[in-house]
Design a protein around this ligand. Structure first.
Ligand code: ADP
Ligand code: ARG
Ligand code: MG
Length: 274
């Protein structure tokens, strides 16, 4: 139909060969002859080590807030998830067929989303009088673990209960980070509305592609990392300290940013390592 999605990739951030190769993967309707067999082999050999590396491993993704603004983006993020579960969109006489396993994911997404909207509404209505914003004392992964082990994709709203059953709204970055640690995840990915950690907040081209804990601590001290980026980075640092191998803050506005981050060398934002 159209190749428009590719125009949204920033050329400075993705090499031309990678871009045309990704085109054949992410936009299969585009003429395949455009991408030579050599290039397709090249892209596969770049992705294969990562497919092996992440096989059987858990990746926790925080999706929400700024990265959830547009419906088109929501659809594309969900397409990445479904792709990973090997569920192909299925059409019969031009009508989409939603099989049982797809329906399961759709309702998980909807329940997760609707849940969140309800919580936001409730918190708004309650105002400061309620103020049920909590910190995480502990995470019990025993309910989620078997779901993941059976190839389900849990969509978890960042709502938690205290010992009395009272619900609290937990910062979603924090919830994802603690969950990743409790699950022994390989990777934590936070989707946001900037390219990643920027050397200069006002220059989207100043992306830091990879940095370690020392580096981010220095950037916070110097004031280079500020605002909403501080809790994000701190939650990455806490996950890393608890054994999560890598954490990434990536651009949720970029189409297929999850796949780019996971399956390419250069990724789609900033990777923070221990
Ligand atoms: P989210 O809804 O994804 O949690 P936030 O608004 O809480 O997003 O946090 C991301 C924001 O942090 C960016 O939009 C940006 O304004 C701000 N920020 C501060 N310092 C930096 C930096 N060095 N690099 C990138 N973003 C930064
Ligand atoms: N695909 C690799 C991984 O997920 C490398 C990603 C690198 N990302 C980055 N933003 N520098 O482990
Ligand atoms: Mg935030």
């Amino acid at each position: 139909q159209n190749a428009a999605p590719l125009a949204k990739f920033k050329p400075s951030r993705i090499s031309t060969s990678l871009r045309s190769s990704l085109q054949s993967i992410v936009a299969p309707e585009v003429d395949q002859d455009f991408t030579s067999a050599q290039t397709r082999v090249k892209i596969l050999s770049e992705a294969l080590p990562f497919i092996q590396k992440f096989r059987g491993k858990t990746i926790v993704v925080k999706y929400g807030g700024a990265a959830m603004k547009s419906e088109a983006l929501q659809a594309s993020v969900i397409a990445d998830w479904l792709g990973k579960l090997n569920i192909e969109p299925n059409f019969l006489n031009g009508l989409r067929v939603t099989d049982a396993s797809t329906m399961e994911i759709v309702s998980m997404v909807l329940v997760g989303k609707v849940n969140k909207q309800l919580v936001a509404l409730i918190n708004k209505a309650g105002g400061t009088a309620l103020g049920f914003v909590g910190d995480i004392a502990s995470v019990d992964p025993t309910i989620i673990r078997p779901l993941i082990d059976n190839n389900h994709l849990p969509v978890i709203a960042s709502v938690a209960a205290d010992a009395t059953g009272q619900a609290y709204n937990i910062n979603a970055d924090t919830a994802a980070g603690e969950l990743a640690a409790a699950l022994g995840a390989e990777k934590l990915i936070l989707l946001t509305d900037v390219a990643g950690i920027l050397e200069d907040r006002n220059d989207p081209e100043s992306l830091v592609r990879e940095i370690d804990i020392k580096g981010v601590k220095k950037m916070i001290e110097e004031g280079t990392i500020a605002g909403g980026m501080i809790p994000k980075v701190n939650c990455c640092v806490r996950s890393l300290a608890q054994g999560v191998r890598t954490t990434s803050i990536i651009d949720g506005r970029l189409k297929h940013s999850l796949l780019l981050e996971i399956l390419t060398d250069e990724g789609a934002g900033t990777m923070i390592t221990g």
